[in-house]
Design a protein around this ligand. Structure first.
Ligand SMILES: [Zn+2]
Length: 123
């Protein structure tokens, strides 16, 4: 059993991060297209990133990527897999997760991942 999944401060931090990213996303969309923002608001927030019409807004893509990261982290929390490196399954430290609740990789795997991406930031 991973002790992180009973850590309420970390859970709070993750929920807060999800809330912040969803607020930022929704307000950006509201400025671009108020009708679409109203439409999106009726969906559960964990379905926002998959809402197809959003693909038509290139400027939303970095924010959508952030939403997907936070959705993935929340899902991992529910499965009891939160805080494990997605490549080698090493446990991330509490300090790393408090700094970035959506962190997916330990330092060595993160470095390998970035090298493999050749400096590109796209998934
Ligand atoms: Zn790793």
């Amino acid at each position: 059993m991973n002790s992180i999944s009973t850590d309420s401060e970390l859970e709070h931090r993750l929920q807060q991060e999800a809330e912040n990213r969803r607020q930022a996303f929704w307000h950006t969309l509201l400025a671009l297209d108020a009708a679409m923002a109203a439409e999106l608001y009726r969906l559960p927030p964990d379905e926002w990133a998959d809402y197809a019409p959003l693909a038509g807004w290139p400027q939303l893509q970095p924010l959508l990527k952030q939403l997907r990261q936070v959705d993935a982290a929340l899902c991992q929390w529910q499965l009891g897999l939160y805080g494990l490196c997605s490549d080698c399954e090493a446990e991330l430290t509490r300090a790393q997760l408090l700094a970035d609740p959506c962190r997916q990789r330990c330092d060595p795997c993160e470095q390998k991942y970035r090298k493999a991406q050749h400096g590109a930031w796209e998934l």
